[in-house]
Design a protein around this ligand. Sequence first.
Ligand code: MN
Ligand code: MN
Length: 467
Amino acid sequence: MEKQEKSAAAQLKEKLFVNKSNGIKKLSADEVAKADEFSKGYVEFLNHAKVEREAVATSVKIAEANGFTPYDSTKQYKPGDRAYVVNRGKNILLTVFGKQKVDKGVRLAIAHIDSPRLDLKPNPLYEANDLALFKTHYYGGIKKYQWTAIPLALHGVVAFKDGSCKDVIIGENTDEPCFCVTDLLPHLAQQQVTKPMSKAFTGEDLNVLIGSRPFSNDDEAELVKLNILNILFEKYGIAEEDFLSAELTLVPAFQARDIGFDRSMIGAYGHDDKVCAYPALMAAVDAKTPEYTAVTLLVDKEETGSDGNTGMQSAFMEHFINELADAQGVKGYVALNNSKCLSADVNAAFDPTYASAYEANNSSYINNGVVITKYTGSGGKYGTSDASAEYMAEIRSMLQRENVLWQSGELGKVDGGGGGTIAKYVANLNVDVVDLGVPVLSMHAPMEIISKVDLYMAYRAFCAFFE
Ligand code: MN
Ligand code: MN
């Protein structure tokens, strides 16, 4: 058959229209296989990184296995050298020294490693009607009903008065007990179901069931609570007052799983934002001798506004850049002025079941690659740094040059809500920054969903950025 000539209109369309690609169909089978392979390492990471301290500890292991050593401010580093710094067990910064001195700027990939969850209150343990429960204060933005009637595991650390600490992880293995927030049976929920969602489930309803047997048959009050404390004391040395100096949190007790008959997606707790943290970490691990010093920073507290000494608003990163600059005899502020950043965070993937929440032309889609988000914020672009036209041009040109599958996206409809990332705090340091990350379905739910191809494309993007 003779090959049909493209019409003039078709040719002009090809030249002028945005290529609303068919995403994954553009990829070779080989590239899809690479994505599947890369995702195995991610699943392993994710299962050992449910809370920020675990994410840091797991990252340190990966870093040390790949030639990173703790940063030493007295050492003279050469191009290609690798070092890492941990801040308070909750941030890790990895750097691969570039050929240029840092006053030419560094390349920053910054992701967060905290995820929404149920934190224990400082005085959490109580007994009611012969049941023992924990009071919680939720951390980050959650739809509260999603956290009822699912298995929860307890993670965190207890710090004792003598200065020692005890790590706690219980509920992940099937031979360990887990915990649960109870919900009202439908038979008696006639009133509850007529309430708006914000009233049907309140923060004070998120109480976690942790026990039901009394310590003894004695005629004493609070024997179920006593029994729980006795178990905690025997296992961890915890007395009731020790909860005051603890960071204990309840997270979904399930492991990451493949989703779909085609195993194309991963369902897990905490994709936001480990799905960007892991590829940013691996891009630093795989960087050889970059032109500019490459920095991957994994931060805490993003889900609650990036405040605090382990959040992005902390001076930790700025101090580190100053330290690098001092060691090279250049100025730290010049280094920042010339730096570029990918704020590695997720965006909401278009969900056909909730299509009305999205604006189809400006949404990101599963299997269409890494998503660039020019601005976040809400209500008339409030609370966003809004990447410059010039920087957007630079990044899309880089992605095209390196054949990274990419798309652009906005977070839902205008006035539909909104959200922010760490981008603005980096921009405030006079650094060029744009959000780039992975589209997520069911964001902030106990089980979030991502595509393996999109995860891999995030890794490819960070590698291209560091090159
Ligand atoms: Mn995030
Ligand atoms: Mn989030």
